[in-house]
Design a protein around this ligand. Structure first.
Ligand SMILES: Nc1ncnc2c1ncn2[C@@H]1O[C@H](COP(=O)(O)OP(=O)(O)OP(=O)(O)O)[C@@H](O)[C@H]1O
Length: 272
């Protein structure tokens, strides 16, 4: 049965505007959705429809001087919209993990992976440095990263995109976040790394009950991972349904077009 506790994150009447020279422009309007414990909501829509603006609003990472966020974003009952930077810094990384498309941007180039990993663990837990290193090595092992002790001494540029993506997931695994926002987590990866990353994300979901907001324009990834799907067009959610219903019986014209546009591999085509 669905209870209030099972709704980990609720977004109500989200409206995001950005200030232009002489007026304001709406980027996202009337967006409503919720994430349930241990489940995956896929957010799909073509480039520029407002998926990233939505996730940045949840994380309160939009520039406060140039944008306004109206509506309510509650994480386990706590209102995030308008929360101060210090409180949000505590929430980001611990309660909400963010896995982004270009993992290189998530790391500071001048610090080793180990320094950044251990600092993140220590800032959100009571671990000593030695315990944090042990936790980091264990988490890196669990996402099949080879020779974690050596990787901890490496700098971000020395790792591939797929490896950095897995380091981000390992960090998320250490903090047991209530919510993971994964914004195009596999777009920059080859097929093998895509599968690995999705597998590990799914493992965190099932082990810790994290709710995942999975943003992707890859409908194959969405159909494999999501329980429910929200379709966005021009800053609005035009259709929301469980994954089977959405793929089998799309209601909105835009959803139908999106589904028709996806590349299909016919069974009698030979894959070399
Ligand atoms: N800071 C900003 N100032 C002005 N416009 C912005 C700003 N950030 C985003 N936009 C605009 O808001 C719209 C939504 O952008 P957003 O990045 O959320 O799209 P998206 O759906 O995530 O696209 P993609 O799949 O390409 O990442 C776009 O038209 C974008 O140009």
């Amino acid at each position: 049965m669905e209870t209030e506790q099972s709704k980990v994150l609720q977004v109500k009447d989200l409206h995001v505007k950005v200030k232009t020279k002489n007026s304001e422009m709406s980027l996202v309007q009337n967006v409503n959705f919720e994430l349930k414990r241990g489940s995956v909501l896929g957010l799909v829509g073509e480039s520029g429809c407002g998926k990233t603006v939505t996730s940045m609003s949840i994380l309160q990472l939009l520039n406060r001087k140039t944008s306004t966020i109206e509506g309510s974003i509650t994480l386990q009952g706590r209102e995030l919209n308008g929360l101060g930077d210090k409180d949000m810094r505590n929430i980001r990384g611990k309660d909400i993990a963010f896995i982004m498309q270009n993992p290189m941007n998530a790391f500071t180039p001048v610090f080793t992976i180990g320094h950044q990993f251990v600092e993140t663990i220590r800032s959100h837990t009571n671990c000593h440095k030695k315990q944090a290193i042990e936790l980091a090595i264990e988490a890196m092992n669990s996402v099949n990263l080879p020779d974690p002790a050596k990787l901890l001494k490496s700098y971000p540029f020395q790792l591939s995109g797929g490896m950095l993506q897995r380091v981000m997931i390992a960090i998320a695994a250490c903090t047991h976040p209530a919510v993971i926002i994964a914004d195009e987590p596999t777009t920059a990866l080859d097929v093998k790394n895509q599968k690995t990353v999705l597998h590990h994300l799914d493992a965190i979901r099932s082990k810790y009950g994290s709710a995942i907001l999975l943003i992707s324009h890859d409908l194959g990834v969405i159909s494999e991972m999501a329980d429910d799907v929200a379709v966005m067009q021009n800053g609005r959610i035009v259709e929301k349904a469980d994954v089977f219903q959405l793929f089998d019986e799309p209601q909105h014209e835009y959803t139908k077009k999106l589904l028709q546009a996806r590349p299909l591999l016919h069974v009698n085509e030979t894959v070399i």
